[in-house]
Design a protein around this ligand. Structure first.
Ligand code: ADP
Ligand code: MG
Ligand code: MG
Length: 252
């Protein structure tokens, strides 16, 4: 589904990603862990098509397409979703309206019929019940005055409605208390499916107690320096990132 090969990318001519390779198959959940400043958010942002990043080498293929050649809207329509580390507030724009516009824009780009408000409402009700959310958040401005936990749950709700093939969650656990963390993890688990993949970026092991990854990668200094099963996350928790620092290969 997603194949990243030897990706090098810079921001303002400073190299951030330095030869990153990753292979994600449908249905898999990959966790990416790593110290602050390793390039985790850069990877997520770059995949979603946010500007400001210059790819200097390497390739990214998504469903057989050159992902890097697509505009951000085209990537979204192709099924790539990024939940931000810091969700933005869009004051005055109704959450439901925003989501319906986003969904219909994607459907249109895929040549599918747009949903009218009745059809959309039906979809929203289904998703709310899968995620055990109440509908109060729907009628407010996008993330407007939402608590940290509500913002993260809203991101998971967006994910549920947009039904991406690849969902990238960037530190969706940061700033959440344990109950909010469990809610978010339950939501993600409810949305796991054989044809949907997740990349879960997290600084801490805790989230992975609730979202069981198939593969855990350590990203340090712009490269994946180690990959393993869920036990790798536990080892990191115990030994810290210093333990993997020595493994960073010289820049190639
Ligand atoms: P992580 O998410 O792993 O903590 P980031 O991808 O956010 O790391 O950042 C990687 C490196 O890129 C850091 O050194 C950070 O300071 C730098 N960086 C990120 N965004 C920018 C930017 N807009 N301008 C300059 N440097 C940036
Ligand atoms: Mg960070
Ligand atoms: Mg980050």
């Amino acid at each position: 589904m997603l194949k990243i090969d030897n990706l090098h990318a810079s921001i303002n001519e400073r190299a951030i990603l330095k030869g990153l390779s990753l292979d994600v198959k449908p249905g898999e959940v990959h966790a990416i862990m790593g110290p602050n400043g390793a390039g985790k958010s850069t990877l997520g942002n770059l995949l979603s098509g946010r500007d400001g990043y210059e790819v200097t080498d390497g390739t990214v293929t998504f469903d057989g397409q050159d992902l890097l050649a697509l505009e951000p809207e085209e990537r979204a329509a192709a099924g790539v979703f990024l939940a931000f580390q810091y969700p933005v507030e869009i004051a005055g724009v109704n959450n439901t309206y925003f989501l319906r516009s986003a969904l219909n824009a994607q459907r249109k780009a895929r040549g599918e019929a747009e949903l009218d408000s009745m059809q959309f409402l039906k979809l929203v009700r289904e998703k709310l019940s899968v995620l055990h959310l109440d509908d109060r958040l729907l009628h407010r401005g996008v993330n407007e005055g939402f608590s940290g936990g509500e913002k993260k749950r809203n991101e998971i709700f967006q994910l549920a409605v947009l039904e991406p093939k690849l969902a990238i969650l960037d530190e969706t656990d940061s700033g959440l208390d344990i109950d909010a963390l469990k809610h978010v993890a339950d939501g993600v688990n409810a949305l796991r499916s054989p044809d949907r993949a997740f990349i879960v970026i997290t600084h801490y092991q805790r989230l992975l107690d609730y979202i069981k990854p198939d593969v855990v990668h350590v990203l340090a200094d712009g490269r994946i320096v180690q990959s393993g099963g869920p036990e790798l996350a536990l080892q990191l928790e115990e030994k810290g990132y210093e333990w993997v620092k020595d493994r960073v290969a010289p820049e190639g």
